[in-house]
Design a protein around this ligand. Structure first.
Ligand code: ZN
Length: 439
């Protein structure tokens, strides 16, 4: 049959080549179609051959009884080469009537009509862009016609498998403290940084939660994202330089306690224990301190300079209105991290209105609470990063670009699956994950 097909293709090719105006793209399309069809035929044959020659094993039920074959059942399989017909034996337990498809189990196609290769493409495409767009991409790039909601279902399923894989790994690393990663070199500076960003969720996910909307309601849930990266040396101007490709991410919509452990496990995996200099960069929220005290007590904790500037501007606005900027005297005190004098100067005059006064005190407390983490002159001297630009860019690329598009409303379960998938892919670990599944 394949021979007939290729003869047909050759005939068609001859007709096309004899035309005066060449249409290269049409030729390509036709050849690709022919290659796929031929390949699907061979793949189908391979499956049948494997089934006929695979060693016959005794199939046992979970209850311990031997299962017997109840004949073959057909199912359509979508592979990267196109649809392939497939039939396999159905086994049933005489005792408890449970059923099994051993061939499906061995081929990694249990409870699915998509081949492993197609599922990998669906997961990748669905993690990259909105599911409708992903469906168009798969049709365009791989000639696969798959509905958007199928991509959503499979991508989220794979995302949950990633999360499962990661959490098993985390548990193991935290318990044994062993990481498979090569040790960071002695002069390497090891950075841990994390931040939160709002993900728009469905109403049902927000019941009883207070938010930032005018009426006190919420529209989003906070996803926490963390990253680990290393710094080797300095650039030409003497500024700290991040190791290219050294950044890995973890994240989820979850409590700060759980997130603390997630962050800690990732740092251990990357070689936290071996690193001589560890820096934690945050934006100075209260829970940041808790995580640092719990998991990174030996690290240098630095509060992002740019967030500090924003808080300084907020104080100026409380005093002098929306357009106000922080005076130079204040900025000159913040730049080296002279926080006690800054708080003195900025707090000299308090607004008259009770509400503004309260807001003002809150801002001043922010500086007081983070004074130790704002010793910028000292940190610069040691050539540390004082800005959390890496994690902020991470929040945009890992979370924002995929989960915060207009009109999106996520379930927490769905969002977490996609976050896990994206963190895994953007950390360059997706192939490891995929390989681990079949082991
Ligand atoms: Zn049974």
């Amino acid at each position: 049959m394949e021979l007939e097909q290729s003869a047909e293709v050759r005939r068609l090719a001859a007709t096309m080549a004899s035309r005066q105006t060449p249409d290269f793209e049409a030729w390509e399309t036709l050849m690709l179609q022919a290659a796929r069809q031929g390949g699907a035929g061979v793949l189908g044959g391979l499956l049948t051959h494997w089934q006929a020659h695979a060693s016959k094993e005794i199939i046992l039920c979970e209850c311990g009884q031997r299962m017997s074959s109840r004949g073959r059942r057909a199912k359509g399989l979508l592979t990267t080469l196109g649809p392939v017909p497939f039939a396999r034996s159905f086994y049933q337990c005489q005792q408890c009537h449970e059923g099994r498809f051993p061939d499906d189990e061995r081929l990694d196609i249990l409870n699915t009509t998509y081949s492993p290769g197609v599922r990998r493409l669906m997961a990748r495409a669905g993690s990259q862009t909105q599911f409708e767009q992903a469906a168009e991409d798969l049709l365009c790039y791989a000639g696969l016609k798959i509905e958007a909601r199928e991509i959503e279902r499979v991508a989220e399923e794979v995302g949950r498998q990633v999360e499962q894989w990661l959490s098993e790994e985390q548990e193991q690393i935290v318990q044994t403290g062993v990481s498979a990663q090569p040790k960071p070199e002695a002069e390497t500076k090891f950075y841990v940084s994390f931040d939160g960003t709002g993900v728009p969720v469905r109403k049902s996910e927000l019941i009883g939660r207070r938010g930032k909307q005018a009426d006190g309601s919420a529209r989003t849930r906070e996803a926490k994202l963390g990253c680990v990266f290393t710094q080797v040396g300095l650039d030409k101007e003497g500024y700290p330089q991040r190791d290219p490709d050294s950044t890995t991410y973890v994240g989820a919509i979850e409590s700060s306690t759980l997130f603390g452990w997630r962050m800690y496990a990732e740092a251990l995996r990357r070689g936290l224990e071996q690193a001589k200099t560890v820096v934690v960069l945050t934006d100075g929220q209260r829970y940041n301190h808790t995580i640092v005290q719990t998991h990174f007590s030996d690290a240098v904790h630095i509060v992002d300079l740019f967030h500090a500037y924003e808080h300084l501007t907020a104080i100026a606005q409380l005093l002098w209105g929306q357009e106000a900027k922080a005076p130079k005297v204040w900025r000159d005190l913040l730049e080296p991290g002279d926080i006690s004098r800054l708080v003195c100067k900025a707090g000299r005059q308090l607004p008259i209105w009770a509400k503004s006064k309260k807001a003002m005190l809150k801002q001043l407390h922010y500086f007081e609470n983070n004074a130790l983490q704002m010793r910028y002159a000292e940190f610069r001297e040691k050539k540390f990063f004082v800005g959390s630009g890496v994690i902020e860019a991470g929040c945009r690329t890992v979370i924002g670009e995929r989960l915060k598009q207009s009109g999106m409303r996520w379930s927490v379960r769905g969002a977490n699956a996609i976050i896990a998938l994206r963190c895994c892919i953007l950390s360059g670990r997706f192939e490891d994950f995929w390989a681990s599944r079949t082991r």
